[in-house]
Design a protein around this ligand. Structure first.
Ligand code: 3HC
Length: 310
C-alpha cells in the first residue's frame, strides 16, 4: 500500500541511505530531483560556451590543450547528469526541448561574457571553486544516481579549479598589463560567483524540502559562506583584491563577513535578462537543430540493423 511505500521511503531517507531508480518516491521528490538535475546538466552544457569562446585564441598550445580538456569535461558532466535524470523518467530529448524553449533554466553564472583570457582563469578559480563547494556535499545526496555522478564530476572539477588558479598565478607573475587583466576579471566574476549558490535561505522556496529529503545537505547561505572563507586566503596568495570593501574576518563568527549581494541583478539574470542569456540559448538551440540530421541518421541506422538482426 502507499502508506507502506511512504514509510519505507521516509525510513530510507532517515537512515541516510540511497534512493535508487527502482524505489517508490513521492511525486514531489521526483519533480524536484528532475528540476535540480536537469538545471545542473543544462548548466554544464551551456557553461561550455563562455570558455569555448577562447579555445581558438588561447595564448599557447598548453593553454589550448588544457582548455579543450576542461570544456570536453563539462560536456561529459552534462551527459552524466542527463543520464541520471533519465532514471527518473525524463529523456534528454525532453529536457533539451525545455532548455532551448526557455522553459528550464541553467546557472546564472554562464550569462556573463568572457572578455579576456584572464576570464578563463577566473572561471576556473572562482566558478569551478564555487561548483566544488556546492557539489562535494551533493555526493551525499539521497538520490543514488545523482550522488554517484557527483563523485566523478567533483574529481574533474578540482582539476578545473587548480588550472584556473595556476593560469591566474602565471599572469600575476607577468606584466603589469596582465596583472590588470586578472584584477579586472576577478572584479567581474566575484559577485556573480556568490550568486551561483542561489537566493538567501529566507528567499529559497526549495531549500527546506530539499534539506528534509537530504537532496541538499547544506543551505545556500552555508555553502556561500564556505566558498567565501575558502577564497579570501587564495586571493591573498594570488595578490588580487576581491571587490568587496566590507570583506573582513569576524573572529567571533570564525567566518569572513562580506557585503550585500545585488539580488536585483540576480533576479534579472535568472529571469533571462542577463548580459548573454539570449545568445547562450540561441547558440544551444542552433547546435541542437544543426545536429538533427545526425540523430535521424543514427536512428535510421539503428532501425536498419535491428531489422537485419530480426
Ligand atoms: N542560477 C539560476 N537559477 C537559480 C540559481 C542560479 N544561480 N540559484 C537558484 N536558482 C533558481 C532555482 O532553480 C529555483 O528556481 P526553480 O524552482 O524554478 O528551479 C529558484 O531560483 C529558487 O532557488 P532555490 O534555492 O529555492 O532552489 P534550489 O533549492 O534548487 O537551489 C541550487 C539552487 C543551489 C543551484 C541547487 O539547485 C543546486 O545545488 N543545484 C545543483 C548544482 C548546480 O546546478 N550548479 C550550477 C552550476 S554548474 C557548474 O558550476 C558547472 C561547473 O563545471 C562550472
Amino acid at each position: 500500500t502507499v502508506p507502506d511505500l511512504e514509510s519505507h521511503f521516509e525510513h530510507t531517507i532517515s537512515k541516510d541511505q540511497r534512493i535508487e531508480p527502482r524505489d517508490w518516491v513521492p511525486e514531489g521528490y521526483r519533480k524536484t530531483m528532475v528540476r535540480q538535475i536537469a538545471q545542473h546538466a543544462h548548466s554544464e552544457i551551456i557553461g561550455m560556451q563562455p570558455e569555448g569562446n577562447w579555445i581558438t585564441r588561447a595564448p599557447s598550445l598548453r593553454r589550448k590543450a588544457i582548455l579543450l580538456a576542461k570544456v570536453q569535461d563539462e560536456a561529459g558532466h552534462g551527459l552524466y547528469l542527463y543520464s541520471a535524470a533519465e532514471t527518473l523518467g525524463t529523456s534528454r530529448q525532453e529536457l533539451t526541448e525545455r532548455l532551448v524553449s526557455g522553459r528550464q533554466k541553467y546557472s546564472s553564472i554562464f550569462n556573463y561574457p568572457t572578455l579576456t583570457f584572464a576570464d578563463v582563469g577566473a572561471i576556473g578559480w572562482l566558478v569551478d571553486g564555487a561548483a566544488i563547494c556546492n557539489q562535494v556535499p551533493l555526493c551525499r545526496s539521497s538520490y543514488g544516481p545523482y550522488a554517484r555522478a557527483m563523485v566523478r564530476i567533483c574529481k574533474e572539477e578540482s582539476f578545473h579549479q587548480r588550472q584556473g588558479f595556476e593560469l591566474l598565478m602565471t599572469m600575476m607573475k607577468g606584466t603589469e598589463a596582465q596583472r590588470e587583466m586578472v584584477q579586472d576579471a576577478v572584479n567581474r566574476w566575484w559577485w556573480p560567483s556568490l550568486m551561483m549558490f542561489g537566493p538567501p535561505d529566507a528567499d529559497s522556496p526549495n531549500t527546506a524540502q530539499s534539506m528534509a529529503w537530504k537532496i541538499k545537505r547544506h543551505t545556500n547561505d552555508e555553502l556561500r559562506q564556505r566558498f567565501v572563507d575558502m577564497s579570501v586566503p587564495q586571493a591573498e596568495i594570488l595578490g588580487v583584491t576581491l571587490p568587496d570593501p566590507e570583506l573582513r574576518w569576524n573572529d567571533e563568527r570564525q567566518h569572513y563577513d562580506f557585503g550585500e549581494i545585488d539580488w536585483a541583478e540576480f533576479k534579472q539574470v535568472v529571469s533571462g535578462n542577463g548580459p548573454c542569456n539570449e545568445q547562450r540559448v540561441a547558440h544551444r538551440r542552433k547546435a541542437h537543430e544543426d545536429g538533427a540530421w545526425v540523430r535521424e541518421a543514427a536512428a535510421a541506422h539503428a532501425r536498419k540493423t535491428s531489422e537485419v538482426a530480426a
